[in-house]
Design a protein around this ligand. Structure first.
Ligand code: COA
Length: 215
C-alpha cells in the first residue's frame, strides 16, 4: 500500500470517528440530556426544578408515541438534543397524568429550593393548553448543544433532522417559540432560515417570538 493511500485511509477513518451522528434519543440518555439542558438554560424554570425533574421530563418525551427526541452523538458522547412532540395540545397534561408519581418525587428537591414554582408549573401543565390542536401539528420544545461544541453546526443538523422527523410522521406544521431576550437562539433560527411570525407575552410576562414552518 502506498504512503498516500495509508494517509487517505487514516484521514477518512479519523473523520468518521469524529462525525456527529443525529439519531433518536434513548431513555437511558435522559440524564445526559438533563445535564446539557441545565447548562444551556440557566435560570429557566425547568432548570431550577433540578436535574432529576428534567430526567423524568425528557424520559417521558422519549417514551411517548407522540414525543420526538433526537440527540447529536460523537464517539459515544451526547453533545446536543432536540425534543418536541406531535399533537402538542394537552401533551404535557397527558405526560404528567401518566407519570404523576415520578414527577412528584422528582419535583421535591426543586420544590424545597423554589416552593413558588410548583403550583405554577403543575397549574400550567394542567390548564387547557394554548398549544395548537391537531394530530399533524408539531412543536419543537427544546434544542440545545453543549457549550464546548457551540458554533460547530450541531444545532443546525439537529433542527434539520427534527424537521425531517416531523415530515416523516405526516406533520403539516411545526411551531416553536424563543424568548425575545434570547438573542443567540433567535439569531440561530434566523440564520438557519426561519423567520418570526409573531410575538406574544407569556404567562410570566416575557416576550416570546413565535416561529411556524409549514410543510
Ligand atoms: C441555539 C443553539 C442550539 C445553536 O446551536 P449551535 O450548534 O451552536 O449552532 P450552529 O453551529 O448549528 O449554528 C447555526 C447558525 O446559527 C448561527 N449561530 C449559532 N450560534 C450563534 C451565536 N452565538 N451568535 C450568532 N450566531 C450564532 C451560526 O452563525 C450559524 O449560522 P452560519 O452557519 O450561517 O454561520 C445553541 O447556541 C444553544 O444550545 N443555546 C442555548 C440553548 C438555546 O438557547 N436553545 C434555543 C432556544 S429553545
Amino acid at each position: 500500500m502506498t504512503a498516500g493511500r495509508v494517509l487517505v485511509i487514516r484521514l477518512v477513518s479519523t473523520m468518521e470517528h469524529n462525525t456527529v451522528i443525529i439519531r433518536k434519543m434513548r431513555g437511558t440518555e435522559a440524564r445526559r440530556v438533563a445535564e446539557i439542558h441545565t447548562v444551556a438554560f440557566p435560570g429557566y424554570t425547568l432548570s431550577k426544578l433540578g436535574k432529576l425533574f428534567l430526567r423524568v421530563y425528557y424520559h417521558g418525551i422519549c417514551d411517548d408515541a407522540d414525543g420526538i427526541a433526537l440527540v447529536g452523538e460523537r464517539n459515544g458522547t451526547i453533545l446536543g438534543f432536540a425534543t418536541g412532540m406531535m399533537n402538542p395540545s394537552g401533551f404535557y397534561a397527558r405526560l404528567l397524568k401518566r407519570r404523576w408519581f415520578r414527577f412528584m418525587v422528582a419535583a421535591v428537591p426543586g420544590a424545597i429550593r423554589h416552593p413558588g414554582f410548583i403550583p405554577r408549573l403543575f397549574g400550567a401543565l394542567w390548564l387547557p393548553q394554548s398549544s395548537p390542536v391537531g394530530g399533524t401539528i408539531a412543536t419543537l420544545s427544546s434544542i440545545a448543544v453543549s457549550p464546548e461544541v457551540a458554533g460547530c453546526g450541531i444545532g443546525r443538523r439537529l433542527m434539520e433532522e427534527f424537521v425531517a422527523e416531523v415530515k416523516r410522521r405526516g406533520g403539516t406544521e411545526l411551531t416553536w417559540g424563543a424568548k425575545k431576550r434570547d438573542e443567540i437562539a433567535n439569531r440561530f433560527y434566523q440564520r438557519i432560515g426561519y423567520s418570526e411570525t409573531r410575538e406574544h407575552v407569556d404567562s410570566q410576562g416575557e416576550g416570546v417570538i413565535e416561529y411556524v414552518f409549514r410543510f
